[in-house]
Design a protein around this ligand. Sequence first.
Ligand code: SF4
Length: 367
Amino acid sequence: MIYIHIPFCKSRCLYCDFFSSTSFDQKNDFIKALLSEMNHRADEIRSARANTVYIGGGTPSQLDISQIACIFKELTNIVPLEGGAEVTIECNPDDITIDFIRGLKSTPVNRISLGLQTLNDKLLTLLRRRHSSTQALMAVDMLRQSGYNNISLDLMYGLPGQTLEMWKDDVQRVLSLAIPHLSAYSLQWEEGTPLFSMLESGEVTEAPEDLSVAMYDYLLTATRTAGMEHYEISNFSIPGMRARHNSGYWRNEAYVGLGPGAHSYDGDKTRSNNLPDLKAYILSGGTPKREIEVMTDDELYEESVLKGLRTSNGLDLDNLLPRYYEYALKMAKPHIESGNLVRRGNTLILTEKGFFVSNDIMSDMML
Ligand code: SF4
């Protein structure tokens, strides 16, 4: 699995704390540094397998097609993509044009993740998203007409001023598009973002807990009615169309992350990340400073709980070191009795009811 971080955005959305720059004059230098990093880490890339590639950001659709093509040329010189590889690029709806899609078709990209967030124009403006709902719907239409049917849409709920009716409208309009994959996240109030400052100054308020619960409840019911599988806390797909790249993260598979701020994992105990510093990344000539963390057995256990329980595949107790097995079962017991968890063989799985209290369950199972 290969992740490539593109650290540029045309403008910053109010709620976002992802690493990206709005200054585009370093775009070419960044691409050069990225290609060098790929070559320096060629062995790692080969051993992580090219069964999925995910180009995220930032806003990858702010790259020129020639730059995207360059990335794939270099990557596939190092390791050919496996047959049937899932190759995703994140796009903002306002970047989708016929020319852009035509260009993408000449690359291995076969899946588009489109950041809608909401189809309510007032909320889009409040969040400082650059697109309108009309642009979002047109983007989906254009992608499909060009043969891109493997589309994932992102929505957000719990937004300031968002009512249950507004959320129902978003969900219904998105489901009426019959897309194969939907991710829906509750707004995270990240310290340091402009939205967080607005919260502190009282300009906006957090959605009450019962409203967020009602929104999630509606989401689960509506996606189920539409025939989608709820396969991870925030992810839904029609059968056979789960996100393979993200599913690999949740299964603790190895991945290589390229670009400033990108994280890597060796599939065993070692995590690392490139420092989130674009200038230093470019100056490093493809050997950026990396923070390396070797996880302890306790940390590995906790991570397995967090990742396993969030998916409908559940937490496989047989994958835990023997000394954590009994502890996990003991901590899970009250949640099994209350119907929030089920045990199937040696796997613990959240029930539909359990998804509403997943944070509490996971926190109880920590050490
Ligand atoms: S939400 Fe996406 S487009 Fe907006 S600032 Fe964050 S990374 Fe950039």
